[in-house]
Design a protein around this ligand. Sequence first.
Ligand SMILES: Nc1ncnc2c1ncn2[C@@H]1O[C@H](COP(=O)(O)OP(=O)(O)OP(=O)(O)O)[C@@H](O)[C@H]1O
Ligand SMILES: [Mg+2]
Length: 266
Amino acid sequence: MRTMAHKRRNTILAVSGKGGVGKTTISALILKYLTLKRPLPNILVLDVDPDTNMPDVLGMRVDRAHTVGGIAHELREQIKKGKLKPNFNKASYLESKTFEIMIEEEEFDMIVMSKSEGTGCYCFINSAMSGIIDTLQDGYHYVVIDTAAGLEHFSRRTMKDLDHLFIVTDPSKMGLKTAKRIITMTTELEISVGNVHIIGNRFTPENESILRKYFENEGENVDVLGILPQDPEIQRLNLMGKSLLEIPIDNPLYQGIHDFMKLVNL
Ligand SMILES: Nc1ncnc2c1ncn2[C@@H]1O[C@H](COP(=O)(O)OP(=O)(O)OP(=O)(O)O)[C@@H](O)[C@H]1O
Ligand SMILES: [Mg+2]
């Protein structure tokens, strides 16, 4: 018999940072790390970037109809054309559609948000969708969220409270400044973040001390995990349309992620 007394405690991870710094790549490698755990945990991947990159790095094809943006668009069209009966239950329609568009792989499930098109505010749809996705996350041991560049996910609260926020920066002042702004936003907003981890991607060892110094006084829940190297294999896999999950476990970039995950007890 199932008891409802204890809701399963899950772990929600998100990857953030400036544009092009390696968020999607790092999300995919974190996913690889989690899929190698035994027993295999239940994993949900949320691609909340309107540009939808996660399927590309995982060697998957997802058409727009199979995204949250797609089903929201569809519903909007029906509303616009006045096609819905007055008693049509939009919330339960969206909920059942969300399950339909869920991509079920052997080792993880994935939901792709994609762009929401059109003008005008369909606030009802937006808030219904974030409610549905919030609830859905409870059924998984791990949720991995690949975010879009910038900060709007934090302000629009498209994310639930996070256990771990990984902020990626490249070796540039712009990357560092964006990372700092993200840290500031997480403290100003309602969303609660357990731990913030800074990752320097494509860094050379000589520059690691600059990274560490820059985030020296950010408070006790912010740590610099370390640096990841520039890696030729990543680009080759991506160009060939292969999944990053196929990267060998002795690849230096994957090794770096592996060590970071151990450091944060994941
Ligand atoms: N350590 C690395 N070594 C080599 N190439 C890398 C590395 N990290 C990322 N890349 C490459 O850099 C490009 C951008 O990476 P990625 O798409 O992961 O960044 P992003 O932050 O998700 O970008 P966006 O802001 O557009 O979503 C990709 O072509 C990726 O293969
Ligand atoms: Mg990306």
